[in-house]
Design a protein around this ligand. Structure first.
Ligand code: BES
Ligand code: MN
Ligand code: ZN
Length: 509
């Protein structure tokens, strides 16, 4: 657990293992950096002259201060061109710097205040409110230093690895300290929630079953102050949830629908309902997946994990909105009772579904949750799901795809994607896609014929049949939930969606 504090002190007087200084692109030190460099006897100017550092985005240079100032090292962290700097870049650079400090075995770090021109540009609010730059810096460093070692045994005598334990955000004035502390406090809530989501994604399928997810949420809900209810198979049966029950019937693990409610908004204000796919392991079922990367399908509950993390953050931030989180959780296995290609299921909506491919199970667990969502009389429904491999072919690991029924809602999500760096890109959803979901023998089929392709859109087109007259957006996050190392995320589960949803709900208040 990293301790984060904010205080007003001159960086050249502050004692720390590593003083991190954000630098814009330049060929010689200017402004605050020039003052610091005077104390360092021109070390920064020499590095810049020798082209070892130029402030390029995410460029870093560690300089030993040789006793010239109380800080043992100065870490120069490039933020790129001044005009192009935004909060997302600051977030990333903060993370890159913190990782380099940790790799260099420096346990105490401090961030010099942002140059006043930069701080102004990034919209630092009045001192009484929270400082978004402090939030970005604190969030970036915590998420960059995230690690998950639950399943590694420790050998006796192994040295404890050096971890960053303490970070101080230095304020330019004493009046700025309170706002920075508030920003750091918010960052802790959001980073903790994202880490919780990453943990849930990373647990293997034999730990993270639908029942495990339900227990985790019950414990979280209690501590965060959420209402929580678990719908189990007998009640699902009564409700007629034939689609989610169908997916789970090949598994020994019972399916669970996790329901979370947060009421921070006015009484009677219609809630936003978030729905997250919670397939705790996707073998493909009888339409079995090839073995190559099947192990990665332990993350097929990433949409659900994002909804769970977002609910935790929203409650702890006490956002003034009403939000409901639904996670239909099931394990997709090829057991002896499993659904077979050609089987027909009756969903909670009453619509019948011909299952042509048991590997298109995400839309089956989601459709019953979408029908269930209507009982909350939502003003909007947003679902997140690792629904199709196809989204990787069109957007790679760069953005989630969105389709939906309401342009305003999608625009809000796209805007939150830009702010947080958790990008969202819209695909069309046309009448042709919808008619391609019609089955010859039932109301709908769960995959379209080869003539249609457009796998990601077809997933959305299927789900649309279960939403009546409510603004709805579907995010396919299969490319974003899991990926290579990034400045603020190690390789593997990314926690995508938590920061996006928090920003979206904050603006929806
Ligand atoms: N969980 C998968 C989608 C997926 C693929 C997520 C790769 C993350 C990485 C989903 O249930 C699935 O199997 N989708 C099928 C749909 C097809 C049968 C229409 C797919 O993408 O192949
Ligand atoms: Mn599947
Ligand atoms: Zn799946």
């Amino acid at each position: 657990m990293i301790k984060i504090n904010a205080k007003h002190e001159n960086p050249v007087k502050h004692k720390t293992d590593c003083l991190i200084v954000f630098c814009v692109e330049a060929d010689k030190p200017e402004g605050d950096l020039k003052k610091l460099d005077a104390s360092l006897k021109g070390a920064v100017a020499r590095a810049m002259k020798g082209k070892r550092f130029g402030g390029k985005l995410n460029q870093t240079l560690l300089v030993n201060t040789l006793g010239n100032i109380p800080a043992e090292h100065v870490l120069l962290a490039g933020v790129g061109k001044k005009e192009e700097l935004n909060l997302d870049k600051l977030f990333q650079v903060s993370g890159s710097a913190a990782k380099l400090a940790e790799k260099s075995l420096l346990a105490k770090i401090a961030y010099a205040p942002l140059d006043s021109a930069l701080a102004k540009k990034l919209g630092t609010k009045k001192p009484s409110s929270y400082d978004p730059t402090a939030q970005a810096v604190a969030e970036g460093l915590q998420l960059a230093l995230y690690c998950f070692e639950v399943y590694k045994t420790k050998k006796k005598g192994d040295p404890e690895p050096v971890r960053v334990k303490e970070a101080v955000l230095l304020a330019a004035s004493s009046g700025a300290v309170a706002g920075m502390k508030r920003g750091a406090g918010r960052a802790k809530i959001v980073a903790d929630a994202t880490a919780f989501t990453r943990d849930l994604q990373r647990h293997p399928g034999n730990t993270a079953t639908p029942s495990f997810l339900a227990r985790q949420v019950q414990a979280m809900a209690k501590s965060a102050g959420l209402k929580c209810k678990i719908v189990s198979p007998p009640e699902m049966q009564r409700l007629g949830m034939g689609a989610i029950l169908g997916v789970g019937q090949g598994s020994a693990e019972p399916s669970k629908l996790i329901v979370m409610e947060y009421s921070g908004g006015k009484k009677g204000q219609k809630p936003v309902v978030l729905v997250g796919k919670g397939v705790t392991f996707d073998t493909g079922g009888i339409s079995l997946k090839p073995p190559g990367n099947m192990h990665e399908m332990k993350m097929d509950m990433s949409g659900g994990a994002a909804v769970i993390g977002a609910m935790q953050a929203v409650a702890r931030l006490k956002l003034p909105v009403n939000v409901v989180g639904l996670v239909p959780a099931a394990e997709n296995m090829p057991g002896s009772r499993a659904i077979k290609p050609g089987d027909i299921l009756t969903s909670m909506s009453g619509k019948t579904i011909e299952v042509l491919n048991t590997d298109a199970e995400g839309r089956l667990v989601l459709c019953d949750a979408l029908t269930y969502a209507a009982r909350f009389k939502p003003r909007a429904i947003v679902d997140l799901a690792t629904l199709t491999g196809a989204v990787l072919h069109c957007l790679g690991h760069c953005a989630a795809a969105v389709v939906g029924t309401d342009q305003d809602l999608m625009d809000q999500l796209i805007a939150s994607g830009e702010t947080t760096g958790e990008r969202v890109w819209q695909l069309p959803l046309w009448e042709e896609h919808e008619s391609a979901t019609k089955s010859d023998v039932a109301d709908l089929k769960n995959i379209a014929g080869p003539a249609v392709m457009a796998g990601t859109i077809m997933g959305g087109a299927f789900l649309k049949a279960f939403v009546d007259d409510v603004p709805w957006a579907h995010l396919d996050i299969a490319g974003m939930a899991w990926g290579d190392e990034k400045p603020c995320a190690p390789k593997g589960a990314s926690g995508y969606g938590v920061r996006l949803l928090v920003d979206f709900l904050q603006n929806a208040g």
